[in-house]
Design a binder for this molecule. Structure first.
Ligand SMILES: [Zn+2]
Length: 146
């Protein structure tokens, strides 16, 4: 693994991570109900192109695991068995100290069961660490993070 050579490359790496995240989100969008897919579907062609470009970008990015200042570029934390939360740390000017990134309801153990609680995800951008708190009960009305 390699450290980024400069602050400029740090910014490029961060923005590339954002593009990959957006491409993955686009792949997971439910297909529009009006979407009538034929052999030459522009929507599907563009999504395929975006997916391939993001995949290539991911291969190039995998060469780097640290920003030029030594901090990790990204991290993951497991919040429920087999389910992880991924985060890309900011490229520059990380604020010391932990802050809440997001909170969401945990997926039920079985179909039709209530959520067993919620996950609260914290990041320390300066230290390059992630932490999860699991709280009992479904205090918030949240989406399930799958
Ligand atoms: Zn289509």
């Amino acid at each position: 693994m390699t450290r980024s050579p400069s602050r400029t490359v740090d910014y490029l790496i961060h923005e590339a991570h954002e593009i990959i995240t957006a491409a993955i989100a686009a792949e997971n969008l439910p297909v529009d109900l009006d979407h009538e897919c034929g052999d030459d579907c522009d929507t599907c062609d563009r999504l395929d192109w975006l997916s391939r470009a993001a995949g290539s970008l991911d291969v190039v990015l995998s060469r780097f695991d640290r920003y030029s200042d030594g901090r990790p570029i990204s991290g993951t934390v497991e919040y429920q068995h087999g389910r992880t939360f991924a985060y890309t740390f900011p490229a520059a000017d990380p604020v010391p100290g932990e802050r809440e990134l997001t909170r969401f309801a945990l997926a039920p153990f079985d179909e039709g069961m209530p959520s067993p609680g919620q996950a609260v995800i914290y990041a320390d951008d300066h230290a390059g660490t992630l932490r999860v708190d699991l709280l009992p009960g479904n205090v918030i009305v949240g989406r399930f993070n799958r």
